[in-house]
Ligand binder design. Structure first.
Ligand SMILES: *[C@@H]1O[C@H](CO)[C@@H](O)[C@H](O)[C@H]1NC(C)=O
Ligand SMILES: *[C@@H]1O[C@H](CO)[C@@H](O)[C@H](O)[C@H]1NC(C)=O
Ligand SMILES: *[C@@H]1O[C@H](CO)[C@@H](O)[C@H](O)[C@H]1NC(C)=O
Ligand SMILES: *[C@@H]1O[C@H](CO)[C@@H](O)[C@H](O)[C@H]1NC(C)=O
Ligand SMILES: *[C@@H]1O[C@H](CO)[C@@H](O)[C@H](O)[C@H]1NC(C)=O
Ligand SMILES: *[C@@H]1O[C@H](CO)[C@@H](O)[C@H](O)[C@H]1NC(C)=O
Length: 639
């Protein structure tokens, strides 16, 4: 049967049973959405499946439903699903279809934001780092190489989404085109029109497509395009009627929509935790709802930047591991007073579900775990560098070495005697983002993007210089999203470029997962010379979930007192970065879903600066209380 034939056959069937097919549309005459013919208003909340372990999706969605929401909004991070061109992953924590099905089963509609760019305080705003193989690519524009990659990604993703459209019996009522495009310098209408056509081609003529921009005419100028419904975003304390008047400038008729109403705000390492008062959130929310407007609360639950997924802003400032966002549900999905206050406001505008709200999850303090030093990164090179070294005159970037995330190890020699302190520098600010430098196996300093561009070293000509470079997360907003990592310009010694580099691309996650680090003998080196810094090194410890206590394992938080900066894994799962000396986050969320009662649980730590182990007790702690709001002053704090 031809597609046309199938269509009329279905229409005939529907005609016979008398049921109208599901429909969702913009009603321009009555300034509202219309769902199955009825006037409809959504009260939605943002949840990013990529920031929550799959085992908890249902719990979080149910809590959102019980708050009185009738929809959720989610981003699709492209780089979470296509780690190299044409290699797709939609399994486990990336099982988007399962997430959409859960939302629908619970009774929530879905507002889908497939990008391709999403911002979201997510590495590179969701764009895959491999796009940077074309060095001068203009992202988010009609650049043909960018468009070709977008076309093949959307050609994979959108057909998967089509059965989930409301018209096709699924939960998706609308789909966003790009993301706050009016805030980007390129202002490329051809690019936006191309995305529009692509979405229409794969999703059909019926689905509601929309754009979102800041509530000012300047943003709408490059963000809104013909044929795509323009919406705005703004937070508590805004002049609601003025903000919607701005939307009316682009859309004289149709529903009022705030696509991102901020319940909290993002954080950066080294800056105070952002908090927005419950009172401010509910007052403006009430004004929005009183106007009959549609709203999406961003975030309703923030979740966690596990692994290396956090983004950064410029001038370079990376976001921490927690994406708690001061949202109504905490990072761990716990209910807050903000949750209940929002629920009370929603109750005034729609009937909210009855029944029990799922409670906050219990937390357990597994206590203190003794850690022992394994090998240093330099000792472990053979084990953690799977592809072998690359040699070149000048340093190469992560992308040159085909590595997207984590750490790359650079090695060269001092070409001259440095008997007095000699500056080792990155005059073009090309350490992206932090370099842990040692000379002949002694830690000698840290270079940091935008903050520390020069350190002094001493040593004889021919001394080995080892530099571990950390990618702390790609810029996710603005012009700086072409964010190359590693040593992206030459390092100089006494103003002369260093040459003759050997570079090791590191697969630390793979090594941790295969238990390779644990099989190695602890380091054989004797006591290290006293120093404020130690070499980047691995540490391991185990803990057992106690017997005889019901319902274990439970969620917990890992705290790293006296540790400085690094990365931590439990049973091979990368929990993210810790940096208690910079703050404001002091504890990392540990979901119970990664713990086991069948065997000892393995904790692996990569400490980059200085472990407490050399000078005293060497432990990590599991506690029941999260701390994401400590004010920590750092010696490196710059304004
Ligand atoms: C809010 O904006 C409206 C329309 O622009 C304006 O008339 C009103 O005075 C503003 N209210 C406040 C409190 O600034
Ligand atoms: C470095 O100093 C040593 C003596 O301390 C000398 O033998 C050597 O030639 C010097 N090397 C260079 C490259 O200047
Ligand atoms: C490097 O050493 C020189 C000479 O001792 C000194 O003047 C300078 O302040 C030092 N620089 C740093 C970054 O420590
Ligand atoms: C390093 O300097 C050399 C010589 O000036 C130059 O050719 C090269 O492009 C530079 N490399 C980087 C990564 O900046
Ligand atoms: C912990 O690491 C050991 C050694 O690699 C491994 O045999 C064991 O399976 C790991 N335990 C868990 C729970 O992953
Ligand atoms: C951090 O948050 C906790 C829990 O909300 C609160 O009790 C505490 O006062 C806050 N601390 C700071 C320094 O803001």
């Amino acid at each position: 049967m031809s597609l046309l034939g199938l269509g009329s056959f279905l229409l005939l069937l529907l005609g016979l049973t008398g049921a109208a097919p599901p429909s969702f549309s913009v009603d321009y005459q009555n300034d509202c959405f219309r769902k199955d013919g009825e006037k409809f208003r959504y009260i939605s909340g943002s949840i990013h499946y990529s920031r929550i372990p799959r085992a908890y999706w249902k719990d979080r969605l149910l809590k959102m439903y019980m708050a009185g929401l009738n929809a959720i909004q989610t981003y699709i991070p492209w780089n979470f699903h296509e780690d190299s061109p044409g290699s797709y992953d939609f399994s486990g924590d990336r099982d988007l279809e399962y997430f959409l099905q859960l939302a629908q089963d619970i009774g929530l509609l879905v507002i889908l934001r497939p990008g391709p760019y999403i911002c979201a305080e997510w590495d590179m705003g969701g764009l895959p780092a491999w796009l940077l193989h074309k060095q001068d690519i203009v992202l988010r524009s009609s650049d043909p190489d960018y468009i070709a990659a977008v076309d093949s990604w959307m050609g994979k993703l959108l057909p998967m989404m089509k059965p989930f459209l409301y018209q096709n019996g699924g939960p998706i009522i609308s789909v966003q085109v790009e993301n706050e495009y009016g805030s980007y310098f390129a202002c490329d209408y051809n690019y936006m029109r191309h995305l529009y056509k692509l979405m229409r081609f794969y999703l059909g003529e019926e689905v509601v497509l929309f754009t979102t921009d800041g509530a000012s005419l300047g943003f709408l100028k490059c963000g809104a395009i013909q044929g795509v419904y323009a919406t705005v975003d703004f937070g508590p304390g805004s002049n609601v009627s003025a903000a919607f008047a701005t939307q009316r400038h682009a859309e004289p008729y149709g529903p009022l929509v705030n696509s991102e109403y901020y319940t909290g705000w993002l954080d950066h390492w080294g800056s105070p935790h952002s908090a927005v008062s419950t009172k401010d959130v509910v007052v403006t929310l009430n004004e929005i709802l009183a106007m009959g407007a549609n709203v999406n609360l961003y975030m309703f639950i923030g979740g966690t930047n596990f692994g290396y997924w956090n983004g950064a802003n410029s001038p370079y400032a990376a976001q921490p591991t927690s994406y708690d966002y001061n949202a109504p549900l905490t990072e761990a999905g716990d209910l807050t007073e903000k949750y209940f206050a929002i629920r009370e406001v929603i109750k005034m505008y729609r009937k909210i579900p009855e029944g029990l709200i799922p409670p906050s999850s219990p937390k357990f303090a597994y206590g203190s775990v003794k850690m022992q030093q394994l090998q240093t990164v330099s000792e472990a090179l053979e084990t953690i560098s799977f592809s072998g070294p690359v040699e070149s005159l000048f340093p190469q970037t992560f992308i040159d070495l085909n590595q997207a995330f984590g750490y790359v190890f650079y090695r060269t020699k001092l070409p001259v005697n440095c008997s007095t302190p000699t500056p080792l520098a990155s005059p073009l600010n090309g350490v992206h983002d932090r370099a842990y430098v040692s000379v002949d196996g002694v830690a000698s300093g840290i270079l940091e993007r935008g903050k520390v561009l020069s350190i002094n070293v001493t040593g004889k000509a021919g001394s080995q210089v080892d530099i571990l470079v950390e990618n702390m997360g790609r810029i996710n907003y603005g012009k700086g999203i072409n964010d190359f990592k590693g040593l992206v310009s030459n390092l100089t010694l006494d103003n002369v470029a260093l040459t003759g580099w050997t570079m090791y691309s590191l697969g630390i996650d793979q090594a941790v997962n295969q238990g390779l680090l644990w099989e190695m003998k602890p380091t054989s080196s004797g006591p290290l010379p006293p120093s404020v810094l130690s070499l980047p090194a691995f540490y391991g410890g185990t803990f057992i979930i106690p017997d005889g206590i019901p319902d274990l394992p439970q969620d917990t938080y890992i705290s790293m007192p006296k540790w400085h900066k690094g990365q931590v894994w439990i049973n091979g799962f990368n929990l993210g970065r810790y940096w208690p000396t910079r703050g404001p986050q002091l504890t990392l969320y540990v979901p119970a879903s990664i713990l086991t009662t069948d065997a000892p649980n393995n904790v692996t730590v990569l400490e980059l600066e200085a472990a407490p182990c050399l000078s005293g007790p060497c432990t990590v702690e599991f506690t029941t209380t999260p701390i994401v709001n400590a004010t920590v002053h750092s010696e490196h704090r710059h304004v």
